[in-house]
Design a binder for this molecule. Structure first.
Ligand SMILES: [Zn+2]
Length: 308
């Protein structure tokens, strides 16, 4: 009996170890890299980590710039704090987010002013306040923290924000998810800037010229291993990094929205707020999220892809 129990316990342990590894693995290796947007323009004046000069662990990233500098929500979510700290943060805001079912909380400190209140739902890129020099700060800058799953006083869940932020260069302006012109994603030319890739007048067509490496273009069609970048330019799929537009539910995560099996079709289920979905197509006021799931376009906010 003792032996059987012992064996049972060992196999139970093994199952636990294997299943917990499986459960944890999707959040490892910065699975959500690139979802967050840089919260402010400026220069990095202090990285995340141990600092030699004061022998302290810096739980955030400092971004400094002079003048009137808007501070923006790094991702969509609900404001959890909007207050003035008696300690070092000065005027600060925290926002909670859910990205691919993982919880995060971001923090924005030393603000000159704040323009959101606890409970507000903010969208990625919304201005939430202005960069300042309040609290324990020696010059105007934003102190930005990322936590998973949430901020605590010891800041033991802090992450290196730079590992989670997307491109600083931003994305191509003027290309939106657009039902009329059909753009549904971006590509980035996957070479060094000097090198670039060939573009053609059709899939397997005539050589027209070269596009510089690292540039970003809207994608309008996909055929025979080539992407159409608009204006009759086609590039080989293997030469570029493709990222599709995504969307999240434009409501508090507690409510969610209805999913239908077709535009104006039958109700299928609810989609929870704050989750992020790929967007494949648009028809009749509905976005197609793949697998016959359609949601009214008013209920979703489109997110532009970001590149590192
Ligand atoms: Zn700082």
């Amino acid at each position: 009996m003792k032996l059987i129990l012992h064996r049972f316990f060992i196999s139970f342990l093994l199952v636990m170890i294997v299943s917990s590894t499986l459960l944890i693995s999707p959040t490892l290796a910065n699975a959500d890299t690139g979802y967050f947007r840089w919260p402010a323009d400026g220069t990095i004046t202090s990285d995340y980590g141990y600092r030699d000069y004061d022998n302290k662990f810096h739980h955030g990233l400092d971004i400094a710039k002079t003048g009137t500098v808007p501070v923006k929500a790094a991702y969509s979510g609900i404001v959890t704090r909007s207050t003035v700290s008696s300690g070092s943060y000065g005027t600060y805001i925290t926002i909670k987010h859910i990205i691919n079912k993982t919880k995060y909380e971001t923090l924005y400190a030393h603000l000159r002013s704040k323009s959101v209140s606890v409970g507000d739902f903010v969208e990625i890129g919304d201005t939430i306040g202005y960069m300042g020099n309040t609290g324990n700060s020696t010059g105007q800058h934003l102190h930005f923290e990322v936590h998973q799953p949430y901020w605590n006083a010891s800041r033991s869940y802090s992450l290196n924000p730079e590992s989670y932020l997307g491109s600083r260069v931003g994305v191509l302006d003027g290309t939106e998810f657009n039902p009329d012109n059909g753009s549904y994603g971006y590509v980035q030319i996957d070479t060094s800037p000097e090198y670039g890739v060939n573009y053609y007048d059709a899939p397997n067509g005539k050589f027209l010229g070269r596009l510089p490496g690292q540039n970003i273009y809207g994608v309008y069609a996909e055929r025979d291993g080539y992407y159409n970048l608009g204006g009759g330019k086609w590039v080989k799929e293997s030469s570029v990094i493709f990222k599709r537009f995504r969307a999240y539910v434009n409501y508090d995560y507690r409510y969610g929205v209805n999913v239908y099996d077709a535009p104006n079709g039958n109700y299928v289920r609810k989609l929870s707020g704050n989750d992020v979905f790929n967007v494949y197509t648009y028809s009749d006021g509905y976005y197609g999220l793949g697998a016959d799931a359609w949601v009214k376009s008013d209920n979703l906010i489109i997110i532009k892809p970001q590149f590192n």
